[in-house]
Design a protein around this ligand. Structure first.
Ligand code: ADP
Length: 566
């Protein structure tokens, strides 16, 4: 009689179990382990509990075909303390199939000397007929599974359990992100040893759709593929190094059927079924069911992704509403305080029959004007965002000199820069003429320059303009707080900010609007930065349809000193 201490692993090494079914059942009826081969033998998924040692839906039969009373079944006897030695059993499974199994049932003692559990081991005496594929049941079960949770990826492993061992010995679910990053979302093999090996193999050598010969073309073409994987030929063709080859050989050759996970015209990845018996080909019905299952899974994943996006959009909107109300309120406070104060003073002075001093009125009006300008800039930004979202950003293109536009905006910023002690510099040695919308171009330069002042920590800001043939270039360089590398791409998105709103006010819209305008011009905007060192924003704008002589006569004379090559 074996004995079991608390926390012991099931008393079998995983490699021995190749074709062996085994189950470990506690005296209480709780099933601690039930391997996939046991599922194949008894035709049931792993149960969580058994009653009186009876596997759900299964009957042990006597030689005359009558069922044994439940207390005489091997597992019940072992749980009662009896060692059931190797014997041949006939078991009637819930699917009506009779199978001949050879097995043992061994009681396991706990620390107190009493029977704590029993181990059942089985081997098939004759090859089990391939289970009948119940397609509608499989799809219904998959539907129920996929429908139970909005956490798409959590359901993928259980989904594979529906396929293994019924349809194959192993299965993989591989996902591909829109930027073609491939990841193994779930993997399963009926053989626990191969299961672990396959996982390790996939994590050390993840599938690479750019490598020829493997499953790559499924991702690329979205086609159904049947191949033999991990055979000698396949290993020679695809192994990336000796260790990869060794691991593939250890998993061993498998027939493989791969169907695309396609939804609404997008290929999201592939569902792959593996069969250890390479001579047992996948038939058309199996392919049809797998393709249907893959299609439903893809739709489900796509819906889950859309739901996640929608939730994220709502979260962003709520966060934005909070920031927007705060931002709109900020200028209103000094504005209304100043007006109230003036009103009080006017009342007092009027009562005393004195005139209101003009400097007091004009000081108040200046504050009012500044805050009204700030408010209207905020409102303009909000209107721009809704215009951009509705695709209504219209451009009125005319011939302009970018160098003059830059100089003009710089001039507008001069008082504010002086007030905060920031030096402004302009490098624009020659006119750079192109066809752009003046107001939108001014808006872009204004956004970049106002950010450089805002986040520039009072250090000098340099604005440069030059051209390379048909492309005009404008850069705004500051030496301020900088931007972390992981935030560089994000800050061009709507409402995205890389600073806390306690230190810097803002809606996170300036760069979004900038990029939208620049892209509407057919150009690009790029940020380069190092935290603490400052940032450089570079605009590249096609100069549009302008006379040839403007391109040559007014091009910058040779490479400028600020050129950063890019
Ligand atoms: P806002 O300035 O209103 O937050 P923007 O869209 O103009 O919105 O900028 C988005 C974010 O990018 C800012 O919140 C800030 O974190 C970062 N950022 C923009 N320009 C600079 C800069 N010159 N230096 C450092 N960070 C910047």
């Amino acid at each position: 009689m074996a004995s079991l201490k608390d926390g012991d692993a099931p008393p079998l090494s995983s490699r021995v179990m190749d074709a062996e079914g085994w189950a470990l059942v506690e005296h209480s009826g709780r099933v601690v382990a039930f391997n996939a081969q046991a599922s194949v033998h008894f035709g049931i998924p792993a149960p969580t509990t058994v009653e009186h040692g009876r596997l759900p839906g299964c009957e042990w039969l006597r030689s005359d075909g009558t069922p044994l009373p439940s207390h005489e079944a091997p597992l019940a006897r072992a749980l009662a303390g009896e060692q059931v030695d190797t014997a041949e059993w006939t078991v009637l499974r819930p699917d009506g199939m009779r199978v001949r199994l050879q097995g043992t049932a061994t009681p396991v003692k706990g620390g107190d000397g009493r029977v704590a559990a029993a181990v059942l081991r089985t081997r098939a005496v004759e090859a089990l007929p391939a289970p009948l594929l119940d397609a509608s049941r499989l799809l219904a079960e998959a539907g129920a599974l996929l429908g139970t949770s909005v956490d798409a990826e959590a359901q993928l492993e259980p989904l594979l359990k529906l396929l293994v061992p019924t349809l194959g010995d192993g299965a993989l679910l591989i996902l591909m992100s829109p930027d073609a990053d491939v990841s193994v979302a779930a993997s399963l093999h009926v053989d626990a040893g191969r299961h672990a090996l396959l996982r390790e193999l996939l994590s050390r050598y993840p599938p690479d759709p750019t490598l020829p010969g493997g499953l790559s073309h499924v991702f690329v073409t979205g086609a159904v593929a049947r191949l033999c994987v991990m055979s000698d030929e396949h290993v020679t063709l695809t192994a990336r190094d000796a260790e990869h080859a060794r691991m593939m050989r250890e998993v061993g050759p498998h027939g493989c059927l791969s169907v695309p996970l396609a939804a609404r015209g997008n290929v999201l990845g592939a569902l792959i079924l593996l069969r250890a018996n390479v001579l047992h080909a996948f038939d058309a019905e199996e392919e049809r069911v797998l393709a249907e299952l893959a299609h439903r899974t893809a739709l489900y994943l796509e819906n889950a992704r859309l739901l996640k996006e929608a939730r994220e959009a709502v979260r962003q909107r709520d966060e934005f509403l909070g920031i927007a109300s705060h931002e709109l309120k900020t200028p209103l406070t000094p504005l209304s305080l100043k007006v109230q104060l003036l009103q009080k003073q006017v009342t007092v002075l009027a009562r005393e029959g004195k005139p209101v001093p003009t400097e007091r009125v004009s000081e108040t009006l200046e504050v009012v004007q500044r805050q009204v300008r700030r408010l209207s800039r905020l409102v303009d930004n909000l209107l721009d965002v809704s215009r951009i979202s509705a695709g209504r950003l219209r451009l009125e293109v005319e011939e302009l000199d970018l160098a003059s536009v830059a100089a003009e905006i710089l001039y507008r910023f001069a008082p504010a820069a002086q007030q905060q002690g920031t030096e402004l510099e302009l490098h624009a040695p020659v006119p750079v003429v192109g066809r752009w919308d003046r107001l939108r171009l001014e808006q872009v330069v204004t956004n970049l320059l106002s950010n450089a002042l805002k986040y520039g920590a009072g250090h000098p800001v340099v604005l440069s303009v030059d051209a390379r043939g048909t492309v005009a270039r404008l850069t705004v360089k500051d030496h301020g707080i900088g931007i972390a590398p992981e935030d560089l791409a994000r800050i061009f998105e709507r409402f995205e900010r890389a600073v806390s709103d306690r230190h810097y006010g803002g809606l996170g819209l300036g760069l979004y609007i900038t990029r939208q305008i620049v892209e509407a011009f057919g150009g690009t905007v790029l940020a380069q930065s190092e935290p603490g060192q400052g940032s450089t924003f570079t605009l590249e704008l096609p100069r549009g349809d302008i006379p040839e002589e403007w391109l040559t006569a007014h091009a910058a004379p040779g490479p400028t000193s600020e050129s950063e090559g890019g």
